[in-house]
Design a protein. Structure first.
Length: 292
């Protein structure tokens, strides 16, 4: 397939996704006024903090009990502003994680005039073992270099097809990341080039369906977002629409390859395309990792 055809397919896929999202939102509008009002004004701001204790055979004993906070899909500029971001960062700081991971879509389409404010607020996160990020497809739509610069100025380690080694109590594990599967160029071979056979590896990938690729590599735990959990979920039906590369693994915890890989798909903080959530609250996830 040549590059022009690939670009046309990307545009068609996105157009199809937006059309389906519009139909889903139209369906919500048709519901009783109180239901739509809840989906439009209440649930998108009703953040849920979910907590998981997960065990990993390959986790170093010195890392037992480490606490990681994941947030994803903020979509700044579309019904989520600097004040909202400040409240979110304040909450994360009160949780006191050892590590913070951000799994993409910081902005909806552009950084805009509040970029300095965003960077200042994000810089208030100071977990002792660092904060790490990858880009999402929305970060690429207009000005990816500005999103990259914003994250770096806020002291995030941007893991675009690269890894870092996190040290604790004389031991270490690998934190790696890949580029966005939809709009970027993920290269897991490059990202894991310096991994040792005994390393525990945590991989950040915006798109959750990348887990099928990660499963073929020495990855123990993958954190993703992108799907928003469907953003709109109907009783007895589930999600109404899902984006490309977020269709197989939709939300929550998955165990793949007979336990070789654990995957968590965060429902995201913000909304996109339509400012509604229904039976799919925004999510901040807290993980405690255990040796076991």
């Amino acid at each position: 397939m040549d590059s022009n055809e690939s670009n046309r397919n990307k545009k068609l896929s996105r157009r199809s996704f937006l059309k389906t999202m519009t139909l889903a939102a139209t369906g919500l509008v048709a519901l009783p006024g109180a239901t739509y009002g809840y989906a439009r004004y209440a649930e998108p701001k009703w953040l849920e903090v979910t907590e998981y204790t997960l065990s990993f055979a390959r986790l170093p004993q010195q890392m037992d009990g480490i606490k990681i906070v994941q947030f994803s899909d903020v979509h700044l500029g579309f019904n989520f502003d600097a004040k909202d971001l400040s409240e979110l960062i304040g909450l994360i700081n009160r949780i006191q994680p050892d590590i913070v991971c951000f799994t993409g879509d910081l902005v909806d389409y552009a950084v805009g005039p509040d970029g300095d404010a965003y960077a200042r607020i994000l810089s208030e996160l100071k977990p002792p073992l660092g904060k790490y990020a990858v880009l999402g497809n929305h970060d690429y739509y207009k000005e990816a270099p500005k999103v990259e610069a914003l994250l770096k100025s806020a002291a995030f380690e941007l893991l675009t097809n690269r890894m870092v080694r996190i040290q604790r109590h004389g031991s270490s594990f690998v934190m790696a990341g890949v580029d966005d599967q939809w709009k970027g160029y993920p290269d897991i071979d490059k990202a894991l080039a310096r991994v040792k056979p005994e390393d525990f590896v945590l991989l950040l990938s915006h798109c959750p369906d990348f887990a099928d690729i990660a499963l073929q590599y020495p990855v123990d735990f993958q954190l993703s977002g992108h799907s928003h959990g469907g953003q709109v979920r109907l009783p007895f039906y589930g999600h109404v629409v899902l984006p490309k590369f977020g269709k197989k693994y939709v939300l929550g915890h998955y165990v793949l390859g007979a336990g070789k890989l654990q995957l968590y798909v965060n429902r995201g903080i913000g909304v996109s395309e339509h400012p509604v959530r229904f039976l799919c609250r925004p999510e901040l996830t807290v993980f405690t990792l255990r040796k076991g």
